[in-house]
Design a protein. Structure first.
Length: 364
């Protein structure tokens, strides 16, 4: 159906059956949509996220960033202070959101290739007793780094802080349990590892936190408590226009995740894809930006060739003409490009990609 594979961190290549799920129109007042699709999604997402019964799920229209903004603007009250751990574009974006919304916050900054340190985080917490909430990105797709979410959760639990994890590019593709990792709030979106299409995000958080958040929101349309209360009281009804076709596609994507063997099986496929990609790229003379110990199974950054004739756009178009779309680099101090290996992408696709890359090294 597609002319090319999207080797990106999302939007990503979806299955034909996920695409086909969008070919029907839905009435948002009917039980077959609200109960059969929306409520089923909310329940399945909580089950994927944790074995604990302490959590609830709210779906939110818009991009993943809209759900991050909804969570930060609705769950961090005026009397709270938020610490943001930043080692890439998406940590930086959380800081920008906090600034726009007037959320009291501070930022612990790292370079894009630095792994956040629990020692640094603890020192920051001890230096400012007003910090009540801490937010971090799990998979920072700026570089492809997987941040130490479990270790940070253990630290924050000891200090009794509310832990907000942006798991946009990891949830559904990296196994973890919110309760086990002491995560109070987790944010993700429809077009990442669950392999749906763009159009909404979701916030899974402890029920007590969202129950206490009434009146906190700094936005009407992104009021997380109001959205949650509407879905709770009206059995899946959205406050404003529901992205029906996207929601139905996501429901199908959840079914296919289960058919694949769940998050553990999908993680194995992603990890195998990533390791195959890195091994083959190194054989072709490319080097990774990060050490292997820092890689996520989601996306990998490679240094650009240093040859004078190399131009990313030309390389990109050569690959696109062979059926593959890769990503430009996002690192501020290194010339890179990125290749994702999530979505409806399998070993034979990576093998075909490597052949296409080998044939596209026009600068040699």
């Amino acid at each position: 159906m597609n002319e090319y594979l999207l080797l990106t961190p999302g939007p990503l290549t979806t299955s034909d059956s996920v695409k086909q799920a969008m070919l029907k129109d839905w009435c948002t007042w009917d039980d077959d949509y609200n109960l059969g699709v929306v409520q089923a999604i909310r329940s399945k997402l909580v089950t994927l996220a944790t074995k604990s019964s302490d959590y609830t799920c709210t779906l939110m229209q818009g991009s993943g960033t809209a759900s991050v903004e909804s969570a930060l603007g609705s769950l961090v009250a005026n009397e709270h202070k938020l610490l943001i751990i930043n080692n890439g574009a998406y940590g930086k974006r959380m800081a920008e959101i906090a600034q726009y919304l007037g959320v009291d916050h501070c930022v612990l900054n790292y370079t894009e290739t630095q792994l956040p340190s629990c020692d640094d985080i603890e020192k920051t917490l001890l230096s400012d007793e007003n910090i009540s909430h801490v937010a971090m990105v799990h998979c920072e797709t700026t570089t492809g780094m997987l941040n130490p979410a479990k270790q940070v959760g253990e630290l924050l639990s000891r200090h009794n802080k509310v832990y907000i994890l942006d798991a946009m590019s990891s949830f559904g593709g990296v196994p973890f349990d919110l309760a086990d990792w002491h995560i109070d709030v987790m944010i993700s979106s429809s077009n990442k590892c669950i392999q749906g299409v763009p159009g909404f995000g979701f916030v899974i958080c402890k029920r007590e936190l969202i129950e206490e958040s009434q009146g906190v929101a700094r936005s009407l349309s992104l009021d997380l408590h109001a959205q949650w209360q509407c879905m709770e009281n009206n059995l899946g009804k959205w406050r404003f226009t529901s992205p029906t076709h996207v929601v139905r596609a996501f429901h199908q994507a959840l079914i296919e995740l289960e058919q694949e063997g769940g998050v553990a099986a999908r993680h194995k496929r992603y990890k195998d894809n990533q390791q195959l990609l890195v091994t083959a790229m190194r054989e072709l003379g490319f080097q990774t930006l990060l050490d292997d110990s820092l890689h996520s199974p989601i996306i990998t950054s490679f240094y650009s060739p240093t040859a004078n004739g190399y131009d990313f756009k030309e390389f990109y178009l050569l690959l696109k003409n062979q059926g593959f779309v890769i990503y430009p680099g996002k690192v501020s101090d290194a010339d890179c490009f990125r290749i994702g290996n999530i979505g409806h992408v399998f070993e034979n696709d990576i093998t075909r990609l490597i052949k296409a890359i080998s044939n596209s090294r026009y600068w040699l």
